[in-house]
Write a protein of this length. Structure first.
Length: 282
C-alpha cells in the first residue's frame, strides 16, 4: 500500500503528463484532467488489482473513464503505472498515435472501454459489474463521471440498473468541479442535488474532498464494505487543480495552453513535485 505523500506526488506527475499531452497536441481537455488526478493516483497505485505485465488478466479490477475527454489524465496514470511509455504522452492526438483524444480499448494497453460519448462509460461499467456477478468473479469495477455528464439521461438509466441488480462491486466517482464547457453546471442544466438523486436511486452515497488522499482511500474502503447496492463517491474538486490560472476557470475545459502558459504550468507543477519528493525522501 502506498503512503499518502507518495500518492499525492504521483497525482502531480499525472497532472504534468496531462499538460504535456495537451500542449503537444495543441488541443485537449486539461481542466477536468487535472481535477481527477488524485482519484486516479489512489485507484492505480493503492486500490485496484491490476498488472501492467498482464493487462488482460481475467481477475483484474476494471476502470472506465466515462468522461472520456479527460483521457490525458488516464494516459498519465497508465504511463506512471507502467502500461505505456511516458515518452508516448507527447504523441497525444496525433493521427499515427495510439493515444487518441478519447480512450481506445483496442489500441491502448490498460484501457478497458472506449469512451467519449458521455453517459456510455458508466453503462459499460454496469455491464462489467453484472458480468462479474453472473460469473461469480470477485473483481471490482470503478468509473469516473463528470458532473456535466450527469445531464445525460442514460446516466440515470444506468443508476437505476445498478441498484436493481445490486451491483455492490461497482463504485462510481462523480468529479464535482461545478464547471462544464459552457460554464457553471447549475446554469447550463442543473443536475444538483447530486447526492439526493443517487440516494433516491438506492445508491450508497459518500461525499469527499477529491484532493484529499486519505478521504479518497477511506471512501473506497467504505464502498467495499457496502453490500447489496452500488456506491457513488461525490468528489468535490477544483477544475484545473494544480495550475493556478486554470483553477476554477471553465475556459480551460477544452483549451490547450500556449507556450508561455505551458511553461508557467510546468514550473508550478515541477515546484510541487519537488516539494513532495523532498517529503518522501526526507
Amino acid at each position: 500500500m502506498s503512503n499518502n505523500t507518495n500518492l499525492e506526488l504521483t497525482a502531480y506527475k499525472i497532472r504534468k503528463h496531462a499538460i504535456d499531452g495537451v500542449y503537444s497536441a495543441s488541443s485537449g481537455h486539461p481542466g477536468g484532467s487535472l481535477s481527477i488526478a488524485d482519484i486516479l493516483s489512489v485507484l492505480y497505485f493503492d486500490e485496484m488489482n491490476i498488472d501492467p505485465k498482464n493487462p488482460k488478466d481475467p481477475s483484474r479490477d476494471r476502470f472506465v473513464l466515462s468522461k472520456g475527454h479527460c483521457a490525458p489524465a488516464l494516459y498519465g496514470a497508465l504511463a506512471e503505472r507502467g502500461f505505456i511509455p511516458t515518452e508516448d504522452i507527447k504523441t497525444f492526438r496525433r493521427t499515427d498515435s495510439y493515444l487518441q483524444g478519447h480512450p481506445d480499448m483496442k489500441g491502448t494497453p490498460g484501457v478497458e472501454m472506449s469512451t467519449g460519448s458521455l453517459g456510455q462509460g458508466i453503462c459499460a461499467a454496469n455491464g462489467m459489474a453484472l458480468a462479474a456477478k453472473l460469473d461469480n468473479k470477485d473483481y471490482r469495477v470503478y468509473a469516473i463521471l463528470g458532473d456535466g455528464e450527469l445531464e445525460e439521461g442514460q446516466v440515470w438509466e444506468a443508476a437505476m440498473f445498478a441498484a436493481h441488480y445490486n451491483l455492490d462491486n461497482l463504485c462510481a466517482f462523480v468529479d464535482f468541479n461545478g464547471l462544464q464547457i459552457d460554464g457553471d453546471i447549475t446554469k447550463v442544466m442543473n443536475p444538483t442535488p447530486i447526492d439526493k438523486k443517487f440516494e433516491a436511486f438506492n445508491w450508497n452515497v459518500i461525499i469527499i474532498d477529491a484532493h484529499n488522499i486519505e478521504e479518497i482511500k477511506n471512501a473506497l474502503k467504505k464502498a467495499k464494505e457496502t453490500k447489496g447496492k452500488p456506491t457513488v463517491i461525490i468528489a468535490n474538486s477544483v477544475k484545473g487543480k494544480g495550475v493556478s490560472y486554470m483553477e476554477n476557470n471553465a475556459a480551460w475545459h477544452g483549451a490547450a495552453p500556449k507556450e508561455d502558459e505551458y511553461n508557467q504550468a510546468i514550473k508550478e507543477l515541477d515546484a510541487k513535485i519537488a516539494e513532495l519528493e523532498a517529503k518522501v525522501n526526507g
